[in-house]
Design a protein around this ligand. Sequence first.
Ligand code: GN1
Ligand code: MG
Length: 370
Amino acid sequence: MPRSTHAESVATQFQVPGRLVALQPITTGNVNDTYRVVCRTTFSEEQFILQRINKKVFVDPAAVMANMKAVTDHAHSRIEAEADDADRIWQLPRVIPAVDGRDYAIDDGGEYWRALSMIASARSYDKLSTPEHAVEAGVVLGHFQRIISDFPAADLEDTLPGFHITPLYLAKYDSIIDTDEARQRLDRSSEARRLAKFVESRRAFASVLEDARERGELNLRPIHGDPKITNIMLDNFTGKGTSIVDLDTVKPGLIHYDFGDCARSSCNPAGEETSDLSQVYLDVDLFEALVRGYLREAAAFLTEADRHYLFDAVRLIAFELGLRFFTDHLAGDVYFKTTYDGHNLNRARVQFALCESIEARETKMRRALG
Ligand code: GN1
Ligand code: MG
């Protein structure tokens, strides 16, 4: 059965009133399959997000959903409690229960699906271009981290062991680079060989955050895990940040992974899918604005040591994502979805170019961080 047929049969298994009218694929994610579902009754319409959880990546989908449910319940009550004093209406997707009461439904093929409420009258962007938008991206990330900062990280399961632990991605790379598939791909492309050299030249830096964590300078907290710019929603009516979505990577981690991922995706005006490396750079004005927005919320919970490592986090997460894309290219594109040959190689080129640009702007970026 094609996946969309499964999607259609599973779309009616959640507690949403009405009959199924439409099922539209949303193609932006690199891992899960996502659809917008429209259901109608005789007097109203309800839309929601339906997602097939990629079991190759998330081996325990039920644990992913337990994390998502616990953190969103907590965040919703914090949002409610602060609503009267807030400068906007904050939104956050709600996990919609299946008809049997579980937080997911399983289709005939054993695939796990979840339903999430839609964020009303808001949209996200692949890249950003104005400082105002950057401020909003920073505020949204800082706000989310703040309202979950008092949720005990120990109550969350580690649903993606090794996620954002750069030395482990390096170890994976080392195990792939010697395979026949990788050697063939390296032989075929001088760009691939150039990227391999890039990895070697940054090897020593890869453990900067994990070393700090081992020394006790940084601590595990609940994190979003994937706060790239496409996961941050702005209110259509006010232009203000209103929500962060894509909550399946919520788990214990370093808040630095989040800050680094948000900054590297927000402050590269070319976006992560460009193939024109001359357009890829870290825009310091956007970064300065992002930091301003972020600190407005995050100053309340960041320690001195946390702040010290924020620059390294941006450099590291750009490097790490490049390394993950490059490793996947060498492995034959087994993790990230691709739409053309060499897609992951190109994505890696972009992140490594961004990493170099971040290095060149270190002084200015550290100044912006205060
Ligand atoms: C993946 O699936 P998506 O697009 O939300 C990846 C992130 C990467 C991102 C890069 C679980 O996120 O870590 O930063 O692609 N998610 C997972 O676009 O690996
Ligand atoms: Mg994601």
